[in-house]
Structure formats: C-alpha cells, structure tokens
Design a protein around this ligand. Structure first.
Ligand SMILES: *[C@@H]1O[C@H](CO)[C@@H](O)[C@H](O)[C@H]1NC(C)=O
Ligand SMILES: *[C@@H]1O[C@H](CO)[C@@H](O)[C@H](O)[C@H]1NC(C)=O
Length: 135
C-alpha cells in the first residue's frame, strides 16, 4: 500500500499541469522585440480531455517569479489550444509565435491552460513555466 500515495500524488500533479513548455529551453536568451516560437506540449491522459484555451504571458522575475495562475505579466497569446502530433517529440504539441516584449533581464514565460476533463468534463486549470533571459 505504501506506493499508492506517491503514485496518486504524481497522477494528480500531472493532471493538474497537463502541459509542458518544450521550447524555448530554460535559460535561453531571447532578443527583445523578436519573434520566438513557444512550443507547448500536452501529456497523454487516459481520461477524456477537451481544451478551452491557453494564456501565455511574460513576467519579470525581479522579486521572484509569481505563479502564472495568479499573474501572467505581459500577455503575448490568448486563444485556442489544439495540439497535434508532429515531428520531433513524442507528445502532441502546438507552436505559438510570440513577440518578445521590449524589456530586459530575467523573465518567466508562464502558461495557463483551461480545459475540461473526465466523464463530467470538470473545468480544470493547469500551468507551466520556464525561465529565460531577454537581452
Ligand atoms: C514547430 O516548431 C518547430 C521548431 O521551430 C519545428 O521544428 C516544427 O516543425 C514545428 N511544428 C509544426 C507542426 O509546425
Ligand atoms: C525561475 O527562477 C526563479 C528565481 O528567479 C526560481 O524561483 C524558479 O524556481 C525558476 N523556475 C524554473 C521553472 O526554473
């Protein structure tokens, strides 16, 4: 029985998040004002999932990085999420072309995902973050 708790926690965590940022890689340097591809991949679920959409924000991390579900910063994308299988990686993903804000320093790319899950299609919020530097 001992192993059940961590497994449940893991499953709950994966379910709550559900997505990950495949690129840009953590620690990347992005050029202010340039166009960058943010690739957002989705973990496989056994349960039914229906997407509502994503918000992608860039937030300065001068006083630590906030939880993206509380603050996204500069909004660079909001709209649908329709990940597909494609070249390169295992999971379904979608590319978003965003414009890097005119700022410099350490920032967090934060993504919130609203989706419906399970038999009753329960509204669920997931998020993912990665740290990059704007130069
Ligand atoms: C998504 O972007 C990556 C990197 O730019 C590229 O290799 C890949 O082909 C793109 N996938 C699709 C479906 O456009
Ligand atoms: C991003 O950087 C902050 C500190 O600036 C750190 O607390 C946080 O864990 C980092 N997040 C990731 C995903 O690397």
């Amino acid at each position: 029985m001992k192993s059940i708790l961590p497994l449940t926690l893991y499953a709950t965590t994966a379910l709550a998040q559900g997505i990950y940022i495949n690129s840009p890689a953590a620690g990347s340097q992005l050029q202010a004002g340039s166009s960058v591809t943010v690739q957002v991949a989705r973990y496989d679920f056994i349960q039914s999932v229906a997407e509502i959409g994503l918000g992608i924000g860039i937030e300065s991390c001068t006083n630590g990085c906030p939880d993206p579900t509380g603050s996204l910063g500069t909004l660079v994308y909001n709209g649908g999420y329709d990940p597909q299988l494609g070249p390169g990686i295992h999971d379904e993903y979608q590319n978003f072309t965003i414009t890097v804000p005119d700022t410099t320093g350490n920032v967090q790319i934060g993504i919130v995902r609203a989706f419906l899950v399970g038999l009753g299609y329960t509204v669920t919020i997931g998020s993912a973050v990665t740290n990059v530097t704007i130069v």
